[in-house]
Design a protein. Sequence first.
Length: 333
Amino acid sequence: MSFESSSKQPINRRILVIDDDKDSLEILMEPLRWEGYDARGVTTDTEAHRLIETWIPHVVILDWMAPSMAGLRVLKAIRERLSHVSCVFVSENSSTEAIIEALDSGADDYIVKPFVPLELLARIRSQLRIRDLHEQLVFANAKLKELVDIDDLTGLFNMRSLYQKLEFEIERGRRFGRDVCVVMMDMDYFKTVNDGHDHLFGSYVLSEIGKIVKANTRNIDIPARYGGDEFLVVLTETNHAGAMHFCERLRESIAKTTFRSGEDSIQLTASLGFAITVPGENITARELVRRADHALYDAKRGGRNSVAFARPETNKVVELQPAARQRKKVAGE
């Protein structure tokens, strides 16, 4: 039995019954026990609110007229906490006005007492089917959004939602006084991959680079494929030193990797540029990306396989030479 099917068994369905009359409560609980539901009954609003918060029922059955409970207020509280829980009123009040008011207030069904136990169970099953369909729809929408937002080749975010995510991080950083960094990375001489090998190997290399980028980022960062062989990473809550360390680590990780698939293999390097928000500056996501892109351009113009960063206060780009190149320069002196 799969997890999905086992989770739909009655024993895994949580049903909360709220009725301030103990005899009425027992009458409602009895058929639920027959069916094997995980059912709990309470007679006070305090108990009801505690279980709603901690137990999180799938279906709530409550009495419309319970004088100490104020059924509509309980329904409102349920809707504020659990918008998708099914709420079923069971009441002696059979007036059209009461039924309309309950349904308009958010109830999913209304059963008039005295009720037939088998009908009650059938209505509960109906509500659970609706809940299952809702959960399936939420899951499908989440998967669809993931497919829309994720680049299928690298497994990183694509540019469809990147700017929206970056704007959110910039605003959050501005509110809490935290830095936001944008890193732009471009593979050096990537054209040689497609010229010297087939395009399948080029796709393989890009997918492996995506894995390297993802392995070097934290859960709170936003790694994305900018397009072609360009990548963009949003580093949240990262200062200049942290951004510099990240870029050097990523650059070295790529330079040390031999990309091999079948008989094809190649070693590549990457150039990186980054820009960080300045406290008090009202900068947009596109402006911050543009600064990082300018820094990337300078890293490539300075010889590639290097890192450069933008100093926004002077609009000046500073290139950071790789450690290996620095040692070579010192040795030449």
